[in-house]
Design a protein around this ligand. Sequence first.
Ligand code: G3P
Length: 218
Amino acid sequence: MKFFIDTANIEQIQEVNDLGLLDGVTTNPSLIAKEKKGFRELIEEICGIVDGPVSAEVIAQDCDGMLKEARHVAGWADNIVIKIPMCPEGMKAVKTLTAEGIRTNVTLIFSLPQALIACKAGASFISPFIGRIDDIGYDGMELVGDCVDMINEFCFDSEVISASVRHVQHVVQAIQLGSHIATVPYAPLLKLFKHPLTDIGNSNFLKDWENAGLGDIL
Ligand code: G3P
């Protein structure tokens, strides 16, 4: 499973990229708005850091407007993926962009029929929003599993991005369900390295070494 980071923050992206962990980045208008920088400046900077797909979302709500924005933004860097919201106009745009060789990520997917429509339109990526489904009392991970099964059953080329990830357990389940990608915010992403038994084990190893008077290795 690939790891994307779900942020537009340059420092966070740089830090996680330096760990050698980063396969891509997803942004959305809310994440861009937090950074107080121009859209193009930010996206170009992110694309320069990360060797992998960087999702940038359109704002237009009609197909023609989406296509204009998408073609413009796709010209900023080779690794840009155009994020398009799930809606009829959006799926028309995805079909055209796919034919033009521009990769797309269909966002705001909350049901299996929406996922099927996005795959049929030719989306490179589909993004079921796990956390927001959990928020209203349903099981977001169930949708991820259904999307993976559907893609395998019908041999679509689309990849599932488990999105709206809130905690480590979402990542565990994404791995178990065969999600192609999980896009994870900075804080839970760093928590993936941690386990209390790892910390205890490491500290005990060092204590035993010290108590035996073994000294430095070098
Ligand atoms: O990738 C989608 C993500 O940005 C939405 O996350 O936490 O706002 O539901 P959240």
